[in-house]
Ligand binder design. Structure first.
Ligand SMILES: [Zn+2]
Length: 371
């Protein structure tokens, strides 16, 4: 007896196991081509109908647990094992019935439950491909470990896999398996990380601090935040970020940074910025003079001069965008993403130095298990 219609575009061809899962609004059940995905199953002798009126045999029915890149688990019950089907299908209708919300916009499907982000699918080859941490053929092994390379790649702001493996070998993060096949978010945001130029690097903390303001005013947050200001220690590359409603707040944030940083380490000696008015204001210049801080301003539009701060801000901006894209959040959440990104980057290894900024700054290793 035919029990379900699989999908309008499903193909009845015998192919190798498909490691992708596709959300299909036309399907009335969940279908999987590879038995290795199942955590539990029972034998059955059903058949299902596919688009060209052909029937396909269902061998087992059981449970499959998928891991979207949010780190949560998607447990599919009553999944039909159909060896002849070419694609693993997730019924969009059944997900909706289960309380999952799916918003489609600009080639992306964002899934959420009661306002909390759950997962994301990208429009590919005429269907929506669910983004998963890599589970193919390792499903049973991964079921016992939530920490895959792909999950850390997402958690650490889309950092290189090489860096994640090195951090894992140094014991900074737990051992993680799997691999990152192709990250759509990295491709969309074009994240590249070039190391900071090692020119005349400082030899001590707070010897030189780079600062710059980044403008996000077209994406003002719900509380009116329009900019962020960074202070980056040249020696350690440890960064402080503050959110601003107006550039006039830069001086107050500078004083806040100075107090916080000096309490943790030594005394600030030099600050380097571009020629932005907020760094040349009377109060800013007077304050530096009063505290014996050399206030260096660099030539405008000179790429080498304030390069550290500018590069950092560019990198932050890209990672903020990638985080929002991964989480399926609108741009107005960039402020939270900026603070989170800075927190993460301070705790990620620098490719060249093999040490985290956090460790150079605090003299202890960071605890990444809290992420
Ligand atoms: Zn990525």
């Amino acid at each position: 007896m035919v029990t379900d219609v699989i999908a309008m575009i499903a193909q009845v061809t015998v192919l190798g196991a498909d490691s992708d899962w596709w959300v299909d609004t036309g399907a009335t059940c969940y279908v999987c081509s590879n038995k290795e995905w199942f955590t539990t199953y029972t034998l059955t002798s059903e058949v299902v109908m596919v688009s060209n009126q052909a029937q396909a045999e269902v061998q087992e029915i059981g449970t499959v647990v998928l891991k979207p890149t949010s780190g949560k688990s998607l447990t599919l019950q009553d999944v039909k094992h159909v060896p002849a089907i070419a694609k693993n299908l997730i019924s969009g209708g059944l997900l909706c019935n289960a309380g999952l919300r799916m918003d489609i916009n600009a080639g992306q499907m964002v899934m959420s439950i009661k306002g909390t982000y759950f997962g994301k699918a990208f429009y590919t080859e005429g269907m929506f491909k669910l983004q998963l941490v890599n589970q193919s053929h390792e499903i049973n092994a991964i079921a016992h470990s939530d920490y895959t390379l792909e999950l850390w790649h997402n958690r650490l702001g889309h950092v290189y896999c090489k860096t994640i493996n090195k951090m894992s070998s140094l014991g900074l993060i737990s051992k993680c398996g799997g691999k990152v096949e192709k990250c759509e978010v990295c491709a969309q945001t074009k994240i590249t990380r070039k190391p900071f130029p090692r020119v005349n690097r400082s030899t001590d903390l707070l010897e030189l601090v780079h600062s710059d303001i980044c403008d996000f005013k077209q994406f003002s947050t719900k509380v009116g935040i329009k900019y962020f200001i960074t202070f980056i220690d040249d020696f350690s590359k440890y960064a402080f970020v503050y959110l601003l409603k107006s550039k006039y707040e830069a001086f107050e944030k500078f004083k806040e940074f100075k107090a916080e940083a000096e309490r943790q380490t030594g005394q600030l000696k030099r600050i380097r910025s571009d020629q932005g008015g907020e760094y040349r204001s009377h109060e800013f210049v007077s304050f530096c003079k009063e505290h014996g801080i050399i206030n260096e301003t660099t030539a405008p539009y000179s790429p080498q001069s304030n390069g550290v701060a500018e590069r950092k801000n560019k990198m932050l901006t890209k990672i903020i965008n990638s985080m929002l894209l991964t989480a399926g959040l609108p741009k107005c959440y960039w402020g939270e993403a900026a603070l989170t990104t800075t927190f993460i980057l301070n705790r990620v290894l620098y490719a060249t130095s093999g040490i985290t900024a956090y460790e150079l700054w605090f003299k202890v290793r960071p605890n990444l298990n809290i992420i």
